[in-house]
Ligand binder design. Structure first.
Ligand SMILES: *Cc1c(COP(=O)(O)O)cnc(C)c1O
Length: 499
């Protein structure tokens, strides 16, 4: 059986169900598998003729091996179906030119890639509660930069035995994102704005998770916290699937031969998506480079180039808000893997980051990092320009996050000359960030004084694409959640709503 341990040490060795139920380790670390499973080239070839659902079961059972095959098939079929996803391929690969494909991860109900994991996590969790004989009600706490919140609400609404509380930075999300959340229905859901940015919100939630006094009060009342953020292993593992799936599809459409290497370019914030790509590579997927694309909050670009992680800089609100992050949680898992599970070093770095705002990993580890990663960033003008150019050249509308990746990919090719076939991981529908997308396509004047909701119609007419069901008529729905709190009041808000 694959056992899970914390990146901050302690010799736990718990099952995947237990790791998924807990979300984060009590010592503040993140759960990782003790061993990385290997996938052979023959397995990958077998995947070529499988459906997305079959590929999903194959990958999931490598890591969630305390779940039965039947349980995994059930989870997969409940999550990845055409009631939830608007494309039968679930994660289709769309070629844009001879060398480049987009992996579209936004055909789920909330129009961003978070659905790929958050449609299935609630099913894992409900089974995990059963398997571990848990009697408490599970309280899911979420910090969101915009997309996770809605995807988690959509996944957990009315799921028996769970409650969900979402915190978002009050002024840090788009109108569409905000309306998606504050109009959420369901008996077990709560949504709160926080006066602060995403890092404040995420730090607040992490603090609540590790508040021992609160946890014991919760236990007395039969509540237990868990996480739907990408610190939960149950969110990481479904993301590994689409890296294999995209590779299998490239073979299927004769773009590569089995065994050929490919690059993945990933618009990155909390480092969850690209980390799944790293696990795929470690498992044996022929990946050349994982290109980490950032926006103006380019803390990861600097880190990957210099080995110095320094969050002491101004937080910038950009047109790609889901990547406006200075503390990338999942980097902790990468460091743990790259140091061969050195929990002492990892704990020291994370404490240093917390206390003084930076840490440095040293040359040896940096060399090791460069074997798998390259990093670059795109400023907001470049991002909008990229949306305009790709539309002109290929008649394809990118969202702002994916545009960051396309721009960084251009920079990668110019800098390295590497022409390995590449896949851009496309993380959101352009409709979700239509304010900025319309500005890029039609210019400031044409969109002036129009609400994001009017712009949905304009974008739909111009691009000949239907408005996604989840975004239509959002402004006509009733607002059900309008509480806003100070960042130091988040704990009070939680207790008031539970006790
Ligand atoms: C969350 C998100 C990202 C960043 O993904 P991470 O896993 O946090 O690195 C990028 N684009 C969109 C649209 C997102 O919602």
């Amino acid at each position: 059986m694959v056992l899970y341990e914390s990146t901050r040490g302690g010799n736990e060795g718990i099952s995947s169900a237990e790791a998924i139920k807990r979300g984060i380790s009590p010592n503040g670390g993140l759960y990782v598998p003790q061993k990385i499973k290997e996938i052979t080239q023959k397995d990958i070839l077998d995947m070529v003729n499988m459906s997305y659902q079959q590929r999903a079961v194959f990958i999931l059972k490598q890591y969630l091996d305390d779940y039965t095959d039947d349980e995994l098939v059930n989870c997969v079929n409940s999550a990845y179906n055409t009631n939830k996803f608007s494309n039968t391929d679930i994660a289709p690969l769309t070629p844009v030119n001879e060398n480049l494909c987009l992996l579209e991860l936004w055909h789920g109900p909330t129009c961003a890639f978070k659905d790929m994991a958050l449609q299935i996590l609630p099913h894992f969790l409900v089974k995990a509660v059963e398997k571990t004989g848990e009697k408490s009600e599970i309280v899911i706490l979420v910090a969101t930069s915009g997309d996770t919140g809605k995807a988690a609400l959509e996944g957990f609404a009315d799921v028996k035995g769970t409650r969900i509380m979402v915190f978002y930075p009050e002024n840090g999300v788009s109108e569409v994102q905000k309306y998606q959340m504050i109009t959420q229905t369901g008996n077990n859901v709560n949504v709160f704005g926080v006066k602060g940015n995403f890092d404040d919100t995420q730090t607040g939630v992490k603090r609540i998770f590790t508040d021992e006094q609160l946890i014991s009060e919760m236990a007395k009342r039969n509540f237990k916290f868990s996480s739907a953020n990408s610190i939960n292993w149950g969110r990481l593992v479904p993301q590994i699937i689409y890296y294999f799936s995209a590779y299998a599809d490239l073979i299927r459409i004769n773009r590569i031969k089995p065994g050929d290497k490919v690059n993945f370019v990933v618009p990155t914030g909390n480092f969850g998506n690209i980390l799944a790509g790293f696990y795929a590579k470690r498992m044996g997927l022929p990946v050349n480079k994982l290109v980490c694309a950032s926006n103006d909050n380019n803390v990861l670009t600097d880190f990957i180039r210099t080995g110095n992680y320094d969050r002491r800089r101004k937080f910038i609100r950009t047109v790609s808000p889901s990547m406006d992050i200075l503390i990338s949680s999942n980097l902790e898992r990468l460091l743990y893997e790259l140091t061969d599970h050195d929990s002492k070093n990892v704990s020291d770095w994370m404490n240093q980051l917390n206390e003084v705002g930076y840490y440095e990993i040293g040359q040896n580890l940096l060399d090791c990092l460069h074997k798998s990663f390259w990093a670059g960033w795109s400023n907001q003008d470049e991002t909008l320009k990229t949306i305009e150019c790709v539309y002109k050249d290929y008649n394809y509308v990118l969202d702002t996050h994916t545009a960051v990746a396309v721009d960084v990919y251009d920079k990668y090719v110019i800098t390295t000359g590497d022409l390995t076939p590449s896949i851009i991981v496309s993380t959101a529908s352009p409709f979700k960030f239509n304010g900025s997308v319309c500005k890029a396509l039609f210019g400031e004047e044409r969109i002036e004084s129009k609400s994001e909701f009017e712009l949905l119609e304009i974008l739909s007419k111009e691009s000949n694409m239907p408005i996604p069901a989840g975004l239509k008529d959002l402004d006509k729905k009733s607002i059900l959640h309008n509480t806003v709190c100070e960042k130091y009041d988040m704990k009070t808000v939680v207790t008031q709503n539970l006790f």
